[in-house]
Design a protein around this ligand. Structure first.
Ligand SMILES: Nc1nc2c(ncn2[C@@H]2O[C@H](COP(=O)(O)OP(=O)(O)O)[C@@H](O)[C@H]2O)c(=O)[nH]1
Ligand SMILES: [Mg+2]
Length: 498
């Protein structure tokens, strides 16, 4: 209970921090169309992916304890279904769907984190829905059942970009379950290759659980080992890693019962793997813990990218300022030369013959000033525009890209920087950008470090009491959100910005 409170207050702090400190910057520079916290404010979620007929819906139904999702050998269900609990439903013994909502509602209701999926259009909205179910399994998490992956020709007929939808959902959820079945263990590569990037770059690998389902369909232990080996090989190709991730082996005893068993088949191995289903269930129920980790990574990733974006703008603006200073000095020198030359020419031509020396100086000064004004208003303006164009041409020199993480974050924001520079023609306040950079940088540097410390402390807290919280710690600089959230136990650790 105590631990749950700690987790909840830590979650509230993190979401508040994103809303108050990162979102204004993200919206201002077009980094995101919706408030950043829109993706992370809802309950922990588990995305269930896999080929069609790999047993996704059957597995979900078994966890929920009722036939909630349609199942069948043919690709029956082509919808993305969010399955969440109904907090308002009265406690009753039969698990059932208590309420259903369609995609249009889901995509537009700010209570849910799916606003970002609106861009996938009407066809997607028609294949997106929510079911509220009164299952205890959903107490702390929501499940997302997905249509199976099909071959590429059919993919185009869906009317929306399936891979992109999966990518966006993978960003929102805390755990991704990737389910294989023995029939297609050898052909998963084609189906999964296109989500490789999504899963690798957008969600960290420890948030992906690989499952080999329907193992009762292997005819013997040797057959299972063969399927397992093929899957391992494919997975190493998909993930690009030599070490094979843990693959959980499971099956649905209920579905298996209806599967005719040939006499030569020897499924004694199933008894040895009986505990795997419970292990998988436990792993899925860890989703709330992953949520905090996900939130910390979210703050780090977006903090780093926004900081990089602002850094590039600062570098540009400072570059312009230095260019102007140098150019103005050149202009002054040229103007003085022109003024001197003009005065000398006047003197030589005899126009000023017999006149006061001061008039000679005055006319020299006049020419200098006129030239300077011309320089600043015409020549310098043109040179600054050329500098701007050159900057946009040699765009990547705008920021040092000394390591892979810098390259990755630059890749994510370089088009935004370019668009912003083009839109503003390079005219924006350096002071304002510097202030924003200072805030974002502190969230990234100090904030993410303190979040990790709080997470470590969380690991030391038992279910019912504070084992690891340092209550004596002075609550200096508690997190100040706009709403003035009262400092929680978690904010003893997270006291980032005031
Ligand atoms: N033998 C066996 N059949 C299964 C298992 N899991 C699911 N099935 C069957 O496989 C078919 C497809 O299952 P379904 O859950 O609809 O797959 P989905 O398309 O991935 O959602 C159904 O007919 C299920 O009865 C399993 O573990 N063993
Ligand atoms: Mg299904």
């Amino acid at each position: 209970m105590y631990r749950d409170n700690y987790v909840n207050s830590l979650r509230t702090e993190l979401v508040g921090m994103v809303a108050d400190l990162l979102t204004p910057v993200a919206l201002r520079y077009g980094y995101s169309d919706v408030p950043l916290e829109a993706n992370i404010k809802w309950r922990p979620q588990v995305l269930v992916l896999g080929n069609y007929s790999s047993g996704k819906s059957t597995l979900i139904n078994e966890f929920l304890g009722a036939h909630i999702q349609a199942t069948g050998q043919a690709p029956t269900d082509d919808s993305f279904t969010i399955i969440t609990c109904d907090d308002s439903a009265p406690a009753e013994s039969t698990v059932r769907v208590t309420e259903e909502r369609d995609g249009k509602f889901l995509l537009n209701d700010p209570e849910y984190p799916f606003e970002t999926l609106k861009k996938h259009g009407q066809r997607f909205a028609a294949h997106f829905r929510l079911k509220k179910v009164n299952s205890p399994f959903l107490k702390n998490l929501a499940l997302i059942d997905t249509p199976g992956m099909l071959d590429s020709i059919t993919e185009r007929d869906r009317g929306y970009n399936y891979q992109e939808v999966i990518g966006d959902l993978a960003q929102i959820v805390d755990l991704v379950l990737v389910i294989f079945d023995p029939h297609k263990a050898g052909t998963v590569r084609e189906a999964y290759i296109s989500i490789r990037e999504t899963l690798q770059t957008r969600t960290s690998e420890d948030r992906v659980i690989f499952v080999l389902n329907r193992i009762d369909e292997c005819t013997s232990l040797i057959d299972l080992l063969h399927v397992y080996g093929t899957l391992c090989w494919n997975l190493s190709q998909i993930t690009g890693r030599k070490d094979i991730p843990l693959i959980r082996l499971t099956h649905s005893p209920q579905a298996a019962a209806s599967y005719a068993d040939a006499p030569e088949h020897d499924r004694g191995f199933l008894a040895l793997l009986g505990n795997q289903r419970e292990e998988l269930k436990k792993a899925i129920l860890q989703a709330p813990r992953y949520r905090l980790d996900h939130l910390a990574t979210f703050v780090e990733t977006h903090g780093e990218r926004l900081s990089h974006l602002l850094e590039a703008l600062i570098k540009y603006r400072k570059g312009v300022r230095m260019f102007r200073i140098k150019n103005s000095l050149t202009g002054l020198l040229v103007s003085m030369l022109c003024g001197g030359t003009a005065a000398f020419a006047l003197l030589m031509s005899g126009v000023l013959a017999g006149m006061d020396q001061r008039l000679l100086l005055g006319s020299g000064g006049f020419f200098t000033l006129a030239m300077l004004v011309f320089w600043v208003t015409v020549i310098q303006k043109r040179l600054v525009s050329r500098f701007h164009r050159d900057c946009l041409r040699d765009f990547d020199t705008l920021t040092p890209l000394e390591n892979q993480s810098r390259l990755d974050s630059w890749e994510a924001i370089r088009d935004l920087v370019r668009t912003y520079l083009q839109k503003t023609a390079g005219r924006f306040s350096l002071r304002e950008v510097k202030q924003q950079h200072h805030v974002v940088r502190r969230v990234f540097d100090k904030g993410s470090r303190e979040i990790r410390e709080a997470l470590n402390e969380l690991a030391a807290i038992s279910e019912n009491g504070p084992v690891g919280i340092d209550d004596s710690m002075p609550a200096e600089e508690p997190l100040q959100t706009k709403k003035g959230v009262k400092p929680s136990p978690a904010s003893k650790k997270i006291r980032i910005l005031s």
